[in-house]
Design a protein around this ligand. Structure first.
Ligand SMILES: [Zn+2]
Length: 175
């Protein structure tokens, strides 16, 4: 299935129902009622959780996008939530680990392919220290396994998202 960019799905104005004259334009603007949709990017957060041995936590994804590939714990930022709150919440939801210290690392654009529609995302990456790295318990519906590792090419080539790979590579270069 070839995925299309999210704006191509706006064939009609969602407010007044008028047919779109320029399908696929960004932002979507309705000439009839003035409704506009700017299409993001949506903010997401990724945690580079490092243990005392200097190893990184990789998690294997149970679901698409990127099913079976490696990722970093993280996810979309909820409304009324700071990036830092999202980081703590997502790392805990996915791994049960408690982030006790975090430091902003970098950001990279990402694309999220869902139901054959691709939405723009901005991923913000943080280095994280957690309370007890031995206490990983994965959210089974989201993740199948995990690994503490100094990532090498075999891991990096199996990352679900290029943005995650670039963040890890940036961290490795800074070592
Ligand atoms: Zn309209």
């Amino acid at each position: 299935m070839n995925s299309k960019s999210i704006e191509t799905a706006y064939l009609f104005c969602p407010r007044c129902g008028t047919e779109a004259v320029a399908v696929g334009s960004v932002p979507f603007r309705c000439g009839q009622c003035g409704f506009a949709n700017f299409f993001g990017p949506v903010a997401a957060v990724g945690g580079l959780v490092i243990n005392d041995a200097g190893e990184l936590l990789l998690v294997r994804r149970a679901r698409d996008p990127g099913k079976g590939k490696w990722g970093l714990p993280g996810g979309f930022v909820d409304r009324d939530e700071t990036i830092e709150q999202a980081l703590i919440r997502e790392v805990h939801e996915e791994t049960s680990l408690q982030v006790i210290e975090s430091q902003y690392l970098t950001s990279f654009p990402n694309l999220y392919d869902y139901a054959d529609l691709v939405s723009p995302v901005i991923d913000l990456f943080y280095l994280c220290r957690v309370g007890d790295p031995m206490q990983v318990r994965l959210a089974a519906d989201e993740l199948t396994s995990y690994l503490w590792v100094r990532p090498i090419d075999t891991h990096l080539s199996e990352m679900a998202f290029p943005s995650n790979r670039r963040a890890i590579e940036q961290w490795l270069r800074s070592q």
